[in-house]
Structure formats: structure tokens, C-alpha cells
Write a protein that binds this ligand. Structure first.
Ligand code: M6R
Length: 611
């Protein structure tokens, strides 16, 4: 969604701001803008369209200020336009604000401010913020007027926000604050850098302040001060984030997505890390779930959105098979509104690559309020979800920049697999031999993923044949059906081709009516126990004229299918990690054939921080 960048330091702000906005482009946006403090005047430059458009705004290169704020907007309230772009200023042009999130009570605040003589130039919810700050500022006296006005204004806001505020009356200061929307501050060599997420700042620093909700932060020259909700000052620990400075770069690949697909062996290796070794119990010493607690659990929920939810579907299979605890998987936006039966005997697992997905965080809070323990699976250290959960375990996939999730998905599946083995060890629900066997299979995954990646040329050739199509189907049974869902999502988001995923056994219950000559049906077939049934399903669609593309680890030579991609054999529970790779590549190559922007698909955002 929207992206925020800010800088307070000794260098010219505008190039740093534009650089930061460019690094945040992957989040998805439709307009961009910056404000630079020029002497005692705030200079705003903004427009709809790409960040690069800012470079052609007259006067940009004349800016010399060393404090500035910047924003990429993903339209919610009001269409993409110059007026609706951020930064927004109050009527007197004393305060400038950039904002991520949604102000739910903006209509009431707008009415209040209009009644008090304020005028609005945009249709955004954000514009109430600088005017509200002005309103309180005009009523304040004392030393801390600016901070106090920001505190009073934000106390009136309902909803979510991460904001940066400049005031022409305080030309050396920037105030930032967040609630339910991400914001981090990096301490660089030449000043403080602010952004909505860490990858945008890796070029400058790896030392970060991770702000809590309503933690008011004043950055001035070379100093930073933190205040709580009541404006009592406190000190704050700085965190070192281990991601390499080059981790958020393309490193020679055409697109981040392709780079991230090829990073999967490393991401999985890093995620396994020292958690899993042969002959030793799994190491989850960071969460220490006790046998007493786990034995009381009679149900596990796995809640997430999109691809993370698909990882959860495979997680369910791991936990039910290895631990014999029933697991329900739900979409966060459904779960939170369906009065789920959650109590202290329920363990609730939330999966989120970004750790900032609004619905997933809201679902977590709901479970906590109902007395359940919550466990977050995230890829981003210190992200909001990790600060809300009772327990957090991290995937170590490195920053994922492409909107289409690839390495985060396979790392999530692997981590859920290791977690299930850990639970099985605690509960004693599997023999030692079975535990050792699955550990061996998990440890072999990085090398087997390398083999799946070798299918790239064959996949590319098939992509060339089918990229012009309008509809496709993905089918599979059991774990293969979960992979079909993920393959279909990937195709939709980056190639804009409509597709549906079905459990193969469901075809005859309706969807087979849509199968006609030359329609593409992509089948995943990795479970030996279901091979005959799955082959029959494929033959049924071929009989009706379908063109098939099959991903399998089985010998299907007797069936004489065309377009068969072979992957390695593994424990059937783990096969989604290998079979998803050709599907990721297929979406990628189809998108490239269509000449689309793979990393920044239309209408989508990398982290969905609003409902
Ligand atoms: O950051 P999260 O894992 O919470 O994101 C969840 C979904 O928004 C995300 O997986 C989305 O479906 C991806 N674009 C899929 O590629």
C-alpha cells in the first residue's frame, strides 16, 4: 500500500527521498510526492503517476533543504490526482503531513474542522490531519506546542496511521508517530532515515528504531527523542537487522520475482538454520512451548491471507498428520468476522510475510482477547504482528520485494513443517524413526528445490505456447490441490489471466462443463496413493479437448501425456515445496511474454495494511 519516506540530516533531502520512494515502489502506488523544508518554508511537489514523474517537476533540483518527507499513495479515499497526492498541508501552509493508513472518522473530523472555518482541497481522509494539528496548535501555549498539537490531533483519529509531520515554524524538526501502520527509523551516518519498511533503508543503515503505537518521536538535527502517549520522554533501544545491504537489490536479475524464485534454496536453508538437526530435538528455544500447554490444546487455527494462507493449508496437513491435533485454516478477513470458537485450549497461528497485514493482525488480537495463545510466523523482524503475538518464529527468506510472494511461501511451508515436527517431539505423537525420516527429508529440500528450478527452460517454452489464453484451470488432490490454489493465485496476480483451482475430484461436480477444446489444464500429481484417480481426471479433460501441463514426481510414461515436468520425490507432505516452483516460473514467464510489469502488478500492493 502507500509508502512513507523521510530524512533529517546533513545531506540534501530530495535525492534521498526520491531514492527511498523508488525503493518502496514495489508496495504499489498511483501517485507520489515530497516536501522539503526550504529555510522556513515547506516546499511541496507532487503528482499522480510514477515516482520518476517527480523528476520533471520544475524546481525539484533547486531544493536544498536537509529535512523532508515523501509518500507514494495507493488511492483509497479520492481518485489518483495531484490534489489527492501527499504531502497535504493545512490551510495556512504551516504543517505538512504524509500519512499511511485510513482515518475512519474523517467525515466527523472534516465536519468539525469545516464548522471551525477550515477548507478542504482534496477528497482524502488525510487532509484532516494537518488542519487538526493547526487547530490544536492555535490553542496551545508553552514550549512544546508542536509536539503537543500533534499528540492532541492524533488522539482524535480513529483507524490506522503512520504519519510524518513538518512545520515551517520548527524548520529543524520532524515529528513521526504510528498506530497500526508500519514505520521504522534508521540511524545512518549522515542522519535519520524514516520509512514504512526496512528494505527501503538498507542502503543507509542496518540500525533501526521500531516504533510502537503512539510513540511520538521528535527528530531534530542529530538528535532523536521518544515520548509515550502522555508525552513522557523515554529512551529506546536500537535494533540491528542482519539483512545484507544488497539483499533488496536485483543483483543482475531482470526482476525481483525471478531473483526471489532462484533464492529459494538459500531461503529454505536459512529458515531451517539450526532449528533442525538429525539426532537432536528441534530447537525452538526462542518460543519454548511446554508439553503441559501443548497437551491442553484441542484445536489449532491457522489464519492468514493470500499466499500465506496457502502455506497454512499445507501447515494443516503437517500438524494433523504428525501431531494428530485438528487444524482449521481460515482467511483472516473471514475469520475475524465469523465469531470463531476460540478459547484457552486453542492455539492460533498467524502467517504473514510482511507482518503488517491488517486483517491478520486484527484476527490475532481477536484470538488473544478470547484467551488463546497466539503464534506469529513472519519474515520481518520487529513487524507489527511479531509485537502483538505471544510467540514469534521467523522465516529467514531475506527481504521479499516482488508483490508476488515466492520465497516467503516456500520458507513459510518449511517452517510450519519444522514446527509440526517440534510439536510431535513434545507430544510424542510419532516414533523416533518417523521423526528422523522427515527431518532428513526437510534437510534435503534446498538441493531438491535446485532440481525443480532446472525446469525453467521447459516451463518457459510452455509459457510461450499459452500466454495468450484467457482462462486456465489448475487441478490436484490433497497437498497438490493446495499447490493448485497457489499456482492459480500467482498466475492471476502477475499475468492477469483468469484461472480457477479445483480439487480434481470436484471437476465432475460442475467445472468440467467449462472444459472445451484447447483450454489449458495444469495438473499437479505427486501423491502415489492418488495417482490412478488423478490420471483419470487428467484423461477426462483431455477427452474434452484440453491441453495439459503436468507437474509430477511419478512415472507417468504409460499414460503418454504431453508437457510433463518432473520434480524430485520427497515425503508427500513436503512435495508442495518442490511442485510450486514450476508454477511460479510459469506465471513469471507468461507475464514476461505478455510484456507486463512482473514485480508491480496492477492494483496490488506488497503489504496490505488496511482492510
Ligand atoms: O505479508 P503477508 O504474508 O501477510 O501478505 C499476505 C498476502 O497479501 C500475500 O501473500 C499476497 O497474496 C501475495 N501478493 C501473493 O503473491
Amino acid at each position: 500500500m502507500c509508502g512513507i519516506v523521510g530524512y533529517v540530516g546533513t545531506k540534501k533531502a530530495y535525492p534521498i527521498l526520491i531514492n527511498g520512494l523508488t525503493a518502496l515502489e514495489y508496495r504499489g502506488y498511483d501517485s507520489a510526492g515530497i516536501a522539503s523544508m526550504e529555510e522556513n518554508k515547506i516546499c511541496v511537489m507532487k503528482d499522480k503517476g510514477r515516482v520518476s514523474n517527480l523528476n520533471s517537476i520544475p524546481g525539484l533540483t533547486d531544493l536544498t533543504g536537509t529535512i523532508g518527507i515523501a509518500h507514494t499513495r495507493w488511492a483509497t479515499h479520492g481518485k489518483p490526482s495531484k490534489e489527492n497526492s501527499h504531502p497535504h498541508m493545512d490551510n495556512s501552509e504551516t504543517f505538512a503531513v504524509v500519512h499511511n493508513g485510513i482515518i475512519e472518522n474523517y467525515n466527523d473530523l472534516r465536519k468539525f474542522l469545516t464548522d471551525n472555518g477550515y477548507k478542504f482541497l482534496s477528497q482524502t481522509d488525510t487532509e484532516v490531519i494537518p488542519n487538526l494539528i493547526h487547530y490544536y496548535f492555535s490553542k496551545e501555549s508553552g514550549d512544546n506546542k508542536f509536539l503537543s498539537a500533534v499528540q492532541k490531533a492524533t488522539a482524535d483519529l480513529k483507524g490506522s496511521f503512520a504519519i510524518e509531520v513538518l512545520s515551517s515554524l520548527y524548520p529543524n524538526q520532524m515529528i513521526v508517530v504510528r498506530k497500526d501502520s508500519p514505520l521504522v527509523i534508521g540511524k545512518g551516518k549522515e542522519g535519520y532515515h524514516i520509512a514504512s519498511d526496512i528494505p527501503a533503508l538498507l542502503e543507509y543503515t542496518r540500525d533501526f528504531y521500531l516504533l510502537d503505537d503512539y510513540e511520538y518521536t521528535v527528530i531534530e538535527n542529530n538528535s532523536i527523542s521518544f515520548y509515550d502517549k502522555n508525552l513522557n520522554e523515554h529512551s529506546k533501544e536500537i535494533k540491528n537487522i542482519e539483512w545484507a545491504a544488497t539483499a533488496a537489490e536485483k543483483n543482475g536479475y531482470d526482476d525481483y520475482m525471478l531473483k526471489e524464485i532462484y533464492e529459494q534454496p538459500t531461503a529454505i536453508r536459512e529458515t531451517i538454520g539450526s532449528r533442525l538437526k538429525l539426532g537432536e530435538p528441534c530447537d525452538f528455544s526462542d518460543i519454548e512451548i511446554s508439553k503441559d500447554y501443548l497437551s491442553t490444546i484441542n484445536k489449532i487455527y491457522i489464519v492468514a491471507c493470500g499466499t500465506a494462507m496457502h502455506a497454512g493449508l499445507t501447515g494443516k496437513k503437517f500438524i494433523e498428520n504428525l501431531c494428530k491435533i485438528p487444524v482449521e485454516v481460515d482467511i483472516a478477513s473471514e475469520f475475524r468476522y465469523r465469531n470463531p470458537i476460540v478459547d484457552s485450549k486453542t492455539l492460533c497461528i498467524f502467517i504473514s510475510q510482511s507482518g503488517e497485514t491488517a486483517d491478520t493482525i486484527a484476527a490475532l488480537k481477536l484470538c488473544r482477547e478470547n484467551g488463546a495463545k497466539t503464534l506469529a510466523v513472519s519474515n520481518v523482524i520487529g513487524s507489527s504482528i511479531t509485537r502483538e503475538a505471544d510467540y514469534t518464529i521467523y522465516t529467514h527468506a531475506g527481504p521479499e520485494i516482488a508483490v508476488a510472494s515466492t520465497k516467503a511461501y516456500t520458507s513459510q511451508v518449511v517452517l510450519l513443517g519444522i514446527l509440526a515436527v517440534y510439536f510431535a517431539e513434545i507430544l510424542g505423537s510419532q516414533s523416533q524413526e518417523a521423526i528422523e525420516n522427515i527431518k532428513k527429508d526437510i534437510l534435503e529440500l534446498p538441493q531438491k528445490v535446485e532440481t525443480s528450478l532446472k525446469s525453467a527452460d521447459e516451463v518457459k517454452a510452455f509459457a510461450k505456447q499459452i500466454y495468450g489464453e484467457k482462462d486456465m484451470f489448475f487441478i490436484g488432490r490433497g497437498s497438490d490441490y493446495n499447490v493448485a490454489l497457489e499456482g492459480s493465485l500467482k498466475l492471476k496476480e502477475i499475468s492477469y489471466i483468469h484461472s480457477e483451482a479445483y480439487a480434481s475430484g470436484e471437476l465432475k461436480h460442475g467445472p468440467i462443463a467449462l472444459i472445451e477444446k484447447d483450454i489449458t489444464v495444469i495438473s499437479i500429481l505427486t501423491d502415489e496413493n492418488l495417482v490412478e484417480k488423478s490420471i483419470s481426471n487428467i484423461q477426462e479433460v483431455i477427452t474434452r479437448g484440453a491441453k495439459t501441463f503436468i507437474i509430477t514426481n511419478l512415472d507417468l510414461s504409460n499414460a503418454h501425456f504431453e508437457n510433463v515436468i518432473h520434480i524430485e520425490k520427497t515425503n508427500p507432505l513436503l512435495s508442495p515445496i518442490l511442485s510450486v516452483i514450476p508454477l511460479q516460473l510459469l506465471s513469471y514467464y507468461i507475464s514476461k511474454e505478455k510484456g507486463l510489469d512482473v514485480d508491480k502488478p496492477r492494483n496490488l500492493a506488497k503489504s496490505v495494511t488496511v482492510e
